[in-house]
Write a protein that binds this ligand. Structure first.
Ligand code: G6P
Length: 367
């Protein structure tokens, strides 16, 4: 039953479409609507003693870690470092008591991440894990299990686990901020309100699937694709590029918008599509000016923004994809949808094996 694709052609498509439901399901165990608070399960350590955070993960989950760094530093003013798990142990990181180690993993079995968790524990860190499989090795070994309720994810390329991990990361950042005395009850109420809007905003994002499908052919013909984003949308640009590489085998790179001029701009000509993730908000104008530098060199821009952003900057693009206007906190969840759908439709247009891409495994249990 659980392995049923339903009306969908691929598991990946089904899992993209499940996101409003599974994100709501995940948020339900972290939001207290009556108290308008974000809650975590009981834990054996005191969050107010956390002085630094080390986040470790692989692949798509590592981008949740990068977004978490923006959120935790902004809300809780606690310094965060993020590592891909395969680098963490071998660089002999400075680990000190008072540090919280956070692992993020859909499967809870990825060998590098599991080894990083054990390394953290050996060095006396408090540990938390944002994990989808509650019976997994990591779920058993972390001090604080922060479950995602995405349900089984079958498609090799992670989709619904990613947005659920972001929802839990937002809950962790909020709790850390409160424990650190950095969050007023009013600010917390506002965060609760925005998180509660996330499932509906995800549905609105999914409603633009046809627009994405219609322009996927233009991307399918490309040899290289660049993704740009700023702030928390920068890791999402990395995720967009990873998704496209994984399932369509088109070379893609994600870049921080402002970093494009330090290299990748040299690649740009009228054969290179540039996917720009730019929700309106404080970073919008800066991203758009980077986009215009690329347009001046002939770049084929796809602008993903809201109605306000598209009205302001949608000219001279090959396509615009409209997202609902959302608070910057939930923008990375919402903008994950067009990024996933774009990779999906490009892969379908190219005829690749979407659910079982060559050379990749769902869970990598070797180092
Ligand atoms: C594999 C999958 C990716 C996933 C990564 C981490 O490479 O193909 O989609 O992001 O492993 O997996 P985990 O289960 O630790 O989240």
């Amino acid at each position: 039953q659980l392995m049923d694709k339903g009306n969908h052609r691929h598991f990946m498509q089904k899992e993209i479409y499940e996101q409003p439901v599974v994100v709501a399901q995940t948020l339900r165990s972290y939001l207290r609507p009556v108290e308008e608070q974000v809650a975590l399960p009981d834990m054996a350590f005191d969050l107010s003693t956390v002085e630094r955070v080390a986040i470790v993960a692989c692949g798509t989950a590592s981008y949740v870690g990068m977004i978490g760094k923006y959120w935790i530093e902004q809300f809780a003013r606690v310094p965060v470092e993020v590592d891909v798990a395969s680098e963490f142990r071998y660089r002999d990181p400075v680990l000190t008591p008072g540090q919280l180690g956070v692992v993020i993993s859909q499967s809870g079995e990825t060998a590098d991440t599991l080894a990083a968790l054990r390394h953290m524990k050996t060095h006396g860190l408090m540990t938390a894990g944002i994990i989808n499989v509650p019976t997994s090795s990591m779920a058993r070994e972390v001090d604080l299990l922060l479950s995602t309720h995405a349900g089984p994810e079958i498609g090799v390329a992670s989709t619904k686990a990613f947005t659920c991990q972001l929802a839990v990361m937002a809950a962790l950042a909020t709790n850390l901020a409160r424990a650190k005395g950095r969050l007023s009850p009013e600010e917390e109420q506002e965060i609760v309100r925005h998180l509660r809007e996330a499932p509906q905003a995800l549905s609105h994002a999914l409603a633009h699937d046809d627009d994405i499908q219609a322009m996927a052919g233009k991307i399918a013909a490309a040899r290289d694709v660049l993704y740009l984003g700023r702030g928390p949308d920068y890791p999402l640009a990395l995720e967009g590029a990873l998704k496209l590489k994984e399932i369509s085998y088109i070379h893609a790179e994600g870049y921080a918008s402002g970093e494009m001029k330090h290299g990748p701009i040299a690649l740009i000509d009228d054969q290179v599509p540039l996917i720009v993730l730019a929700p309106s908000g404080p970073l919008f104008d800066k991203t758009v000016s980077n986009m215009q530098e690329a347009q001046a060199r002939g770049a084929q821009v796809v602008l993903i923004s809201d109605a306000r952003g598209i009205a302001q900057a949608g000219e001279n693009t090959i396509a615009t994809i409209e997202m609902p206007e959302v608070h910057p906190l939930i923008a990375p969840l919402v903008y994950a949808v067009p990024v996933q759908l774009l990779a999906y439709h490009v892969a379908v247009a190219k005829g690749t094996d979407v659910d079982q891409p060559r050379n990749l495994a769902k869970s990598v249990t070797v180092e």
